[in-house]
Every structure is written in structure tokens, then in C-alpha cells.
Design a protein around this ligand. Structure first.
Ligand code: NAD
Length: 498
């Protein structure tokens, strides 16, 4: 079976930790690779090497650093099909969707290529007589990225281009469910000329993460994953004195107002709920239908679901692939029964789907639960699969209240033709990323990505200017170059003169 290596000191290294995870092909259930976890000695070696590499890299000129970023950008652009194929093989998402993921990764690299501009400090001339004040942004040091299974290329790339461009060393702990994309990117960094030790990949699970969070050589931690883990990461790593940003789970609502074009809204709901089999942190998992829109909307969504092609992600024409693992399939499938028993109406039931030629794949057909109440388990829990709930409400105010009462605050969308209502929604809703007639409002790389409430623990969102701020520390400098003078200038009080 193919072995997935760690990447330490600029080379692929077999994990020596004695524990491993088997990676399966979600479309067939076959075992395709084995990922050997790093040992504690390998972790120490990697982090010591990262520290040494950082000490050199922080003194490397912006021009030289940026050259490596541009070279990596060229490689990622040229090899995007290969990266997408690696993602599809282990995650299961369709090839088009994987290509979209690589495109978003590329956009963050392109943003980070502008590092010389992003790292400019401020300068104030003559703040007091003969005194200048200015700021400089220095790298934080060795930063760790811990990433989820659902975007094995894009989510690490939310972090590493910016971290490296700012002068840090980056250590990636990818998801053990689909770890190969990280190795592919490590090789591309080496090919782009990044000095060894600056990009490291360590494989493992909770045990490795807990060691990294408190390791003395780690200065900052970026995490993306589920809320219970994000909260724990934030508490543990901040307790150990690290700088932390921990992005958590989501329950994204799409509010459809009565004046909306229901065909447009139904297209958007189906795309955003079932794309990538609902395994997106920005997937729409709840439609809040403001009456009298609900019947028409449910009818249209149902009709569209019937036309979706579910199958192996690598096959042309397939629109929705399998779930990532057998355990995840069982969990998501289980929620459909829970919803039914709690009183939701199963308008479309994907549980019996069998994909010809892929009978052992982890498939669940697109499922629609109508008449869901916010008290139900299917509403409260993040399901993270192709299960869309419809909550029916009577007014705009009730819709906003439902969204704001939810503990998550990652993304949301409003569908309407009324600009005033859209503006009110944007101002009143307690969510970090908002779409107006856009179902998945993931910000461009030059804005920052992040949710509110239990979708993010910490202060900084990822990429964009927040990313630069997270991966740098600022020094404020006050400087005076006095004229030589025979007079003493002792002053014990706070300065009052200008
Ligand atoms: P997860 O929380 O199970 O795992 C994320 C990472 O943490 C993995 O690298 C995993 O190995 C590690 N991990 C898992 N359990 C751990 C534990 N107990 N202690 C320490 N480390 C642990 O998440 P997942 O299932 O891989 O990904 C799906 C989740 O990620 C969903 O909740 C989704 O909403 C979320 N997500 C959020 C965003 C966002 O931007 N907010 C983006 C993508 C995914």
C-alpha cells in the first residue's frame, strides 16, 4: 500500500511514531494509503530545524522571499490538475470542485506575493521636535497550522503563503483522513527554492496536536476544524502562551424573503447545500423560508434534487461525490432518522441511494428535511453532509432572530429583490460572512475569512490583512538623533513640551 510520508528538513521521511491511519477511497471504500504518524523525536527534530530555518529566513530580504512565493505560484498554477486529482482521490469531491479549491488556494498565494507592500510599516516625521516615530512588522517565529479534512489543499493555503511571506517557518499538521495534498505542496515548495526547514508536514492525530500546542518551539497556532476541538485548541494553546486563531464549525442559514425569485433561490440552495456533499464550512445547511415562500421553495428544491448526478468524484459529469469516511456516512445518515423521529418531514430521502459500480462507496443522496424546528437535534447540530433543513417563519424579524439565536456565526445569505431589506439584514445579523443573493459568500483572498461566535475563537480571521497581522508582531519605534550640545537635558517628569 502507498505510504504517505512526513516532510522534515526539506525531505520526505517515514513516520516513526508507531501509529498510523489508513486512508480510503471514499468512492469505493478501498484502502489506498497508509499514513505513518511522526514520533515525538521527529516532532522535536522538525521544530528545532524550523526554528533554525526561521532565524535565517527572517533576515532574508523581502525581494528574495517574494521570489520564492512567485515560483511556488507558478508551480501551483501549472500543476493544479495534479493537486485536484490528489484531493479527489482521498476526499471524494468532484474534480471540478477540487479545481475550485486549488484556485482559491492560488489566490491566497497571489495575495501573499504582495508581501513587500503588506509589510510596510507607518512613519510619522517630527512627532516632537527632532523625534520621529515609526513601526515595523516582524515575523512571529515558528507557526503551526492544524487543518480539517474538507479542504486538504485550500485550508492549509489560507495559512502558509501568508505565514512564509511574513518571514515565519510553517509547520502543517493536516487531516489524517486525506493527507497527500500536503506532501504534494511540500515538494512544490522545495522545487520553488524554499530553504529547508521552513515548510514542514507532521502527520498525527489528537496526540500530536496536543504536543504541538504546548511545545516551547511553537510561537503561534492557526486551527481550522470543528467547534469542540477549536475551543480546546484555543484554551490549551493560549494557556501555554501561544498566539492562536481557531476557526470552528458552522450552521449556515439562507434566508429567503417572500419577494425573492424562488427559482434563483432554489438553484442557490441546491448548489450551496449539496456541493461537495455538504462538507463545506460555508455550505448552506438551513433554509429559513419567510412565508408565503416555503411551499414554492420546497417544491422547486425537490424538483432540482431529482436531477442531480451523484457518483464517484473523478467521473465526468458527476455533480456530488461521496462522504469522506464510512464513520462520517453513518453519522450523517443517522441524523436523517433523528430528524424524522423528532417531527421533521423527510421531503427527499437520500438514504437508499446506491451508485452503480460503486456499491461500497460512502454515498448518501441529497436529503431535504422540511418543517424543521430550531429545537430539533438536526437544527442544533452541525451535520456536515448533504442534508438540508427548511425552517418556516412568518416574518423578516423572526428570520433574523432564528439566525442570531444560533450559536454559530460563520456564513449566511439573504435572497431578496429588496435592497433595503438586504441592507437591514446585513446590519442586524450576527455572522462574520454575509451574502446578498450569493449563497456561499467566501471572501476573496484580499479580504479576511472568518466567522463570529462559536465559529471562531481568537481575534484574527485568516488571510487578507488579518492574516498578515496574525503572522507578524509590531514594534513601535521612537527615535531622536540629537545635535551635540554642552547642556544637560535631564527631565524627570513626563514630557509636556513639544
Ligand atoms: P476536526 O475538528 O475533527 O479535525 C480538524 C483537525 O484537528 C484535524 O487535523 C484533526 O486531526 C485534529 N483533531 C481532531 N480531533 C482532535 C482532538 N480531539 N484534539 C486535537 N486535535 C484534533 O474537523 P474535521 O472533521 O476534519 O473537519 C470538519 C470540521 O471543520 C467541520 O466542523 C467544519 O465546519 C469545520 N471547518 C471550518 C472551517 C471554517 O472556516 N470555520 C473551514 C473548514 C472546516
Amino acid at each position: 500500500m502507498r505510504r504517505v510520508d512526513n516532510w522534515i528538513g526539506g525531505a520526505a521521511v517515514a513516520g516513526a511514531g508507531g501509529r498510523a491511519e489508513i486512508v480510503t477511497d471514499p468512492a469505493d471504500g478501498e484502502e489506498i494509503a497508509r499514513v505513518d504518524f511522526a514520533s515525538p523525536a521527529q516532532v522535536n527534530e522538525a521544530l528545532t530545524g524550523a526554528r533554525a530555518a526561521f532565524e535565517q529566513w527572517r533576515d532574508t530580504s523581502l525581494a528574495a522571499r517574494t521570489k520564492v512565493l512567485f515560483a511556488f505560484r507558478q508551480l501551483l498554477d501549472a500543476r493544479r490538475d495534479e493537486v485536484a486529482a490528489v484531493v479527489t482521490a482521498e476526499h471524494g469531491k468532484t474534480r471540478d470542485d477540487a479545481l475550485g479549491e486549488v484556485q482559491r488556494a492560488l489566490e491566497v498565494v497571489e495575495f501573499a506575493c504582495g508581501a513587500p507592500h503588506l509589510l510596510k510599516g507607518a512613519h510619522s516625521d517630527n512627532v516632537s521636535t527632532g523625534v520621529d516615530a515609526y513601526s515595523i512588522h516582524e515575523p512571529v517565529g515558528v507557526v503551526v497550522g492544524i487543518t480539517p479534512f474538507n479542504f486538504p489543499a485550500m485550508v492549509p493555503a489560507w495559512m502558509f503563503p501568508v505565514a512564509l511571506a511574513c518571514g515565519n517557518a510553517f509547520v502543517l499538521k493536516p487531516s489524517e483522513k486525506d493527507p497527500s495534498a500536503s506532501l504534494f505542496m511540500a515538494q512544490m515548495w522545495a522545487d520553488a527554492g524554499l530553504p529547508e526547514g521552513l515548510f514542514t508536514v507532521l502527520h498525527g492525530d489528537r496526540e500530536l496536536v496536543e504536543a504541538l500546542l504546548v511545545h516551547p518551539e511553537v510561537d503561534a497556532v492557526s486551527f481550522v476544524g470543528s467547534t469542540p476541538v477549536a475551543r480546546r485548541i484555543y484554551d490549551t494553546a493560549t494557556g501555554a502562551g501561544k498566539r492562536v486563531q481557531a476557526l470552528g464549525g458552522a450552521k449556515n442559514h439562507m434566508v429567503v424573503l417572500p419577494d425573492a425569485d424562488l427559482d434563483v433561490a432554489a438553484d442557490a440552495a441546491v448548489s450551496a447545500a449539496y456541493g461537495s456533499a455538504g462538507e463545506r464550512c460555508m455550505a448552506i445547511s438551513v433554509v429559513v423560508a419567510v412565508e408565503p415562500s416555503a411551499d414554492g421553495l420546497v417544491e422547486r428544491i425537490t424538483e432540482r434534487i431529482g436531477d442531480l448526478r451523484v457518483g464517484a468524484g473523478a467521473e465526468p459529469g458527476v455533480e456530488m461525490g461521496p462522504l469522506v469516511t464510512a464513520e462520517h456516512l453513518d453519522r450523517v445518515r443517522g441524523y436523517v432518522g433523528v430528524g424524522e423521529s423528532e417531527g421533521a418531514r423527510v421531503a427527499v430521502d437520500g438514504r437508499d441511494l446506491v451508485v452503480d459500480g460503486h456499491e461500497k462507496g460512502y454515498f448518501l443522496g441529497p436529503t431535504l428535511l422540511d418543517c424543521v424546528d430550531p429545537a430539533m437535534t438536526v437544527y442544533r447540530d452541525e451535520i456536515f453532509g448533504p442534508v438540508l433543513s427548511v425552517v418556516r417563519v412568518d416574518s423578516f424579524d423572526e428570520a433574523v432572530a432564528v439566525v442570531n439565536a444560533n450559536p454559530y456565526g460563520n456564513g449566511t445569505a439573504v435572497f431578496t429583490n429588496d435592497g433595503l431589506a438586504a441592507r437591514r439584514y446585513q446590519r442586524e445579523v450576527q455572522v462574520g460572512m454575509i451574502g446578498v443573493n450569493v449563497p456561499i459568500p467566501a471572501p476573496m483572498a484580499y479580504y479576511s475569512f472568518g466567522g463570529w461566535k462559536q465559529s471562531l475563537f481568537g481575534d484574527a480571521h485568516v488571510h487578507g490583512t488579518d492574516g498578515v497581522r496574525f503572522y507578524t508582531r509590531t514594534k513601535a519605534i521612537t527615535a531622536r538623533w540629537p545635535e551635540p550640545s554642552p547642556e544637560r537635558a535631564i527631565e524627570l517628569g513626563f514630557p509636556t513640551a513639544t
